[in-house]
Ligand binder design. Structure first.
Ligand code: MN
Ligand code: MN
Length: 463
């Protein structure tokens, strides 16, 4: 038989059994459904809460007498949540934590978004997270989010997802008049202030100033019972209106919005739903605000990990600060986030010996960061050795991955924020093509291997 080349030797599809390949394809169908139902962090939390309930997870305050096998659900502000399965081991010895994020780059509406210009109704936006602005032009956009009226009434908005519902969009400049624009640097060619979305063009009557805006307001009033001032206490997000799809003639890939980092959120979620009572207590934490630096009270810089663990330990009778801190320091974590797969269209920014590839399994990323590992967690080799062994013992197909060439750019994850507590942590998740674009690409083999990796991790490190 011919010796396999390096590329094929590492290909996950060739290492998986036929049974496992079938399982991966089936898993991807559920994953695609999740991507289509949860395009914002609030929708992801709603989805997770329902699924957790259906699987017997209970809010902490309904649990008396915590014991191994108990399933607990925790949540804050409707935008960050955790599922916990209590293990046999004493909580004071620490937990196995997998933390992913459920926020995604998008266009947020400004607090005063609506205006009229040239007979068109428009919505001003302020982008959230790292986007390439041109990718948000000339695509159908859906509007998701919540409006809190002055009296506290909450209105849920989801516009543009049903096939026959309307969509919004940001029109792009025609090439005929883009001579000057096309000569500009890509970063400068589209201004943040030009990301204004079309929301109407038909005036209401022929009197008064801004008749199109007036008509839009009337329609908003009819559809949602909101008025213009209500935008000031709202969280409304423009996201791609199209659905996630199978990609490739072999259907081996998933294309869709928000796979950074819902691919890790979904695989971690499924892993914790599927484990038996573990030795160490397992926690699947789904966090918000990663894309803007984990700031805010639903991001991981808010010490919410500490609060969730303290809540659990308080329930178990060990709520004092020292014991909580010690348990956190003795914990193990996977920072479940994606890496950038080597893209054959852009070979210049990758270093193929150390970067990750689509279809070669879940990626262990020792460090992220930029400009000399700045702002990175650099995982300890002692911990990496344990993880390698764990993955190999559980037939998890995995690869190493550094994000691109040195000084090609860089990025960060939440690993550094959980590392603060002294726990061991390493970045671990699949690689994507087109990360942060409205249509990111993942491999179904990697998706399945990520699930297997997380499940093995939750069941591991018994003392
Ligand atoms: Mn991410
Ligand atoms: Mn990201």
């Amino acid at each position: 038989m011919k010796e396999l080349g390096e590329d094929l030797k590492n290909n996950a599809w060739l290492k998986m059994s036929e049974e496992e390949i079938q399982a991966a394809y089936l898993f991807a169908d559920y994953y695609i459904d999740f991507l289509n139902r949860a395009k914002t962090e609030r929708e992801a939390v709603d989805y997770v809460r329902r699924l957790a309930q259906a699987h017997g997870f209970q809010p902490l305050d309904q649990v008396s007498d915590m014991k191994p096998g108990d399933k607990i659900y925790m949540e804050a502000k409707g935008k960050i949540c955790a599922l916990v399965v209590v293990g046999h081991q004493d909580l004071r010895q620490g937990i196995n934590l997998i933390v992913s994020h459920i926020d995604t780059p998008r266009l947020d509406l400004k607090p005063r978004p609506l205006y009229e210009a040239e007979g068109l109704g428009l919505l001003k936006t302020h982008y959230y997270g790292g986007i390439k602005k041109y990718q948000w032009l000339a695509i159908p956009l859906a509007l998701h989010g919540v409006v809190l009226k002055k009296d506290g009434t909450r209105v849920d908005v989801c516009l543009g997802e049903d096939e026959d519902d309307l969509v919004l969009t940001i029109a792009d400049l025609l090439p005929h008049l883009a001579k000057e624009q096309m000569e500009q640097k890509m970063a400068d060619a589209i201004k943040g202030e030009s990301l204004n979305a079309l929301i109407g063009s038909r005036p209401e009557g022929d009197t008064g100033k801004d008749p199109v805006k007036a008509a839009v307001l009337k329609l908003l009033q009819q559809r949602y019972d909101i008025e213009e001032d209500d935008f000031t206490s709202a969280e409304l997000q423009l996201v791609p209106a199209f659905k996630a799809r199978h990609v490739g003639l072999d259907r081996s890939m998933v294309g869709g919005y928000g796979q950074d980092d819902r691919i890790c959120a979904y695989t971690a979620l499924r892993a914790i739903l599927d484990i038996d009572t573990p030795q160490r207590t397992a926690m699947c934490l789904l966090a918000d605000k990663e894309e803007i630096g984990s700031s805010g009270n639903t991001g991981l810089q808010s010490l919410v990990v500490e609060l969730f663990v303290a809540d659990l330990m308080q329930k178990a009778g060990y709520g004092d600060y020292y014991t909580v801190r010690k348990a956190l320091a003795d914990s193990y974590a996977l920072s479940a986030d994606v890496n950038g797969a080597v893209d054959p269209n852009y070979p210049d920014v990758f270093e193929k010996m150390n970067n990750s590839f689509l279809g070669r399994g879940v990626v262990l990323t020792k460090y992220t960061g930029s400009r000399g590992k700045y702002d990175s967690n650099d995982a300890n080799p002692e911990f990496l050795s344990q993880i390698r062994r764990l993955f190999d013992d559980n037939r998890v197909i995995w690869q190493v991955g550094e994000l691109g060439k040195v000084d090609a750019g860089g990025g960060g994850t939440v690993a550094q924020y959980v590392a603060r507590y002294g726990m061991e942590v390493v970045d671990c998740g699949p690689a994507l093509l087109g990360m942060h674009s409205p249509f990111e690409i993942s491999s179904k083999a990697d998706l399945y291997m990520t699930y297997k990796a997380y499940k093995a991790f939750f069941a591991s490190f018994a003392g």
